[in-house]
Write a protein that binds this ligand. Structure first.
Ligand code: SF4
Length: 296
């Protein structure tokens, strides 16, 4: 199989079998993102997906026979129609007969184009734990970042996932609003997450990647990167306001300066204490000299 990648997957899928399904991103114009800049979107043919499964099975038959979870590669493979996803899932089941969960990245716009019946059908086929790039609960920030949806649309589509029985894991980006606006943004983000009740919230701190529109805005002074202390205070405010005890919060990415993770019901207080310790002891100037936050 020819796959031109690049390969990105959520950190918690590090041990999951990855199946190439799409290349690139159908949107590819978020202001902060350079992950798929030079990659044209394409769906791999069913033939090449099957070739990949056949080849892997030749060498790892026992492994594939035992798998209960697989991850579909691409920036937003959930853009594929329900029928195409069903064809892919049928292939996966042919070679991995015990698979229970098929997970992948899904953009808000990918959910919008599916009917409630299609979402329910996909849930019945094992599609679950979708990773949804929410980023922020502030429509002002989403618009500036050119995310392609409002906070209200994100809420509506996540609620449709809930109704269909598809759990979602929301990717949030503390720091997205820029200096001076983070506390208000944290409140809007917490409101959104409380309403949509994700299974998991994944925080990856806003970073300025080279050759992005955001990078240009920073250089021209349109966007001011917030000091780390403001990012952490906003993250703390966000977590304080969360009222979803069954949600697992994970903020331990290499882009996160203070790494915390836990179930909100049991670990919220400890995570808040940890953040407060960083806020009290962090020296923004030293942080800038020691931390590299310009690539994934
Ligand atoms: S953040 Fe996601 S949706 Fe936006 S351009 Fe990057 S890969 Fe595409």
């Amino acid at each position: 199989m020819e796959y031109n990648g690049p390969v990105y997957r959520p950190p918690m899928e590090a041990e999951t079998f990855l199946i190439p399904v799409t290349e690139g991103c159908t949107h590819n114009s978020c202001r902060f993102c350079n992950m798929y800049k030079n990659v044209e979107f394409r769906m791999l043919s069913l033939t090449s997906i099957e070739e990949f499964l056949v080849e892997t099975k030749k060498n790892y038959s026992q492994f594939m026979n035992q798998l209960d979870r697989v991850y579909l590669l691409g920036a937003d493979p959930f853009v594929l129609s329900a029928d195409k996803l069903e064809d892919i899932i049928s292939l996966i089941r042919k070679y991995c007969p015990k698979v229970q969960i098929i997970t992948m990245y899904a953009a808000v716009r990918n959910i919008t184009i599916k009917t409630d019946e299609e979402l329910k059908r996909l849930a019945d086929l094992g599609v679950n734990d979708l990773y949804v790039g929410i980023e922020t609960g502030s429509t002002e920030s989403l618009t500036y970042l050119n995310k392609g949806n409002t906070a209200e649309e994100a809420k509506e589509q996540c609620l449709r996932l809930n109704a269909a029985g598809i759990r979602h894991r929301d990717m949030m980006m503390p720091g997205a609003a820029g200096k001076g606006k983070l506390l208000q943004e944290a409140e809007e983000s917490a409101k959104l997450e409380n309403a949509t009740k994700p299974d998991m919230i994944i925080l990856t701190t806003m970073s300025i990647f080279p050759e992005t529109e955001l990078d240009k805005d920073v250089k021209s002074g349109i966007f001011t990167v917030p000091p780390e202390s403001e990012v952490l205070m906003a993250e703390k405010r966000f977590i304080e306001l969360l009222d979803i005890p069954d949600t697992y919060l994970w903020a331990a990415h290499s882009l996160d300066s203070t790494r915390i993770a836990g179930l909100l019901r049991d670990d919220k207080e400890n995570m808040l204490k940890h953040l407060q310790y960083s806020i009290d002891t962090m020296d923004d100037e030293k942080f800038r000299q020691t931390f590299r936050r310009n690539h994934l």
